[in-house]
Design a protein around this ligand. Structure first.
Ligand SMILES: C[S@@+](CC[C@H](N)C(=O)[O-])C[C@H]1O[C@@H](n2cnc3c(N)ncnc32)[C@H](O)[C@@H]1O
Length: 277
């Protein structure tokens, strides 16, 4: 696939006649355009006013400057605050911000070259209710105050089949989300990975969350009610006619006991252990 960013710089190359030279030119154009594009993206993300990139070393012991103040200091208006974890290219956050101008949205991802896409689109469209955060999700509790978030969306998370504890849907992340969601807050997961859907369905009720719809309802949900709000991964899954799971859950009150081992253990982790024997 051609990446149009940076291709313009190469348009001045003379057209070459021999097959070998032509292939070399195609290779150089493709290789250089991707390289230049990534470098430019990294440079540009530091300049977008709608993208925040906190220094991890500043967050080790202290919360981010905007913690508890996203509405008042960043969006400069009071509204429901919605966070998308692992937003990738930002398609979902951009789509939601367009469709729900009355809410404030933040897309978080660690990959700068991806999040650049969402920040650029949002900046060019002048979406004032959308911002992006480039950082590892592990720092989410340093970024938001308890109860600051109305909704958290985890859209098509990487399953990390060999390291399930790293997953954005794992019990460790769930305990963080539980603290950050408001009293009536809702946690959403969308995935096309059946193994992951089943894992979440079993484990979330043990992590202080009440499931809000039945398993058959999740399985009947093939796409988001607003068709244009598809993430990059979702569009692929829909194209392949894969079933989409949309699981909604609400934090329960009271203390949460630790997740029983037999529930916490992932089927895929067991097979990983076996394969290492
Ligand atoms: C499979 S992609 C899905 C992207 C997007 N949500 C979509 O549906 O098109 C998962 C995304 O989660 C991000 N991600 C995974 N673990 C993360 C973490 N711990 N912190 C921040 N981002 C993470 C990855 O960088 C990647 O962009």
């Amino acid at each position: 696939m051609w990446d149009t960013q940076g291709v313009g710089r190469l348009n001045g190359l003379p057209t070459l006649k021999t097959e070998g030279a032509r292939l070399l030119q195609i290779f150089l154009k493709k290789y250089l355009s991707v390289k230049i594009s990534k470098l430019e993206r990294y440079k540009q993300i530091g300049e977008f006013p709608n993208l925040v990139e906190p220094f991890v070393r500043d967050l080790q012991n202290t919360p981010a400057n905007l913690c508890g103040k996203w509405n008042s200091s960043f969006f400069k208006r009071d509204a429901e605050l919605v966070l998308e974890m692992g937003c990738g290219w930002g398609d979902f956050s951009v789509g939601m911000a367009r469709n729900f101008p009355e809410r404030n949205f933040l897309g978080l991802d660690v990959k700068g070259a991806r999040i650049w896409r969402g920040a650029k689109t949002s900046f060019e469209e002048g979406l004032k209710n959308l911002g992006f955060l480039r950082i590892e999700g592990e720092f989410v509790e340093r970024l938001f105050a308890p109860g600051e978030l109305s909704e958290i969306w985890i859209t098509f998370p990487t399953p990390y089949l060999r390291k399930p504890e790293k997953m954005l849907v794992s019990p460790t992340f769930l305990s963080r989300y539980r603290r950050l969601l408001s009293k009536n807050g809702v946690l959403h997961l969308k995935t096309d990975v059946e193994l992951l859907g089943n894992y979440v369905f079993n484990i979330w009720p043990h992590c202080g969350f009440e499931l809000l719809n039945s398993k058959s309802e999740y399985l009947e949900t093939f796409q988001h009610p607003i068709p244009e709000v598809h993430t990059n991964f979702e569009a692929r899954a829909v194209g392949l006619q894969k079933r989409i799971w949309h699981i909604k859950a609400a934090p329960t009150s009271g203390n949460v006991a630790s997740v029983p081992d037999e529930v916490a253990r992932c089927p895929w982790k067991k097979s990983n252990t076996n394969s290492n024997k």
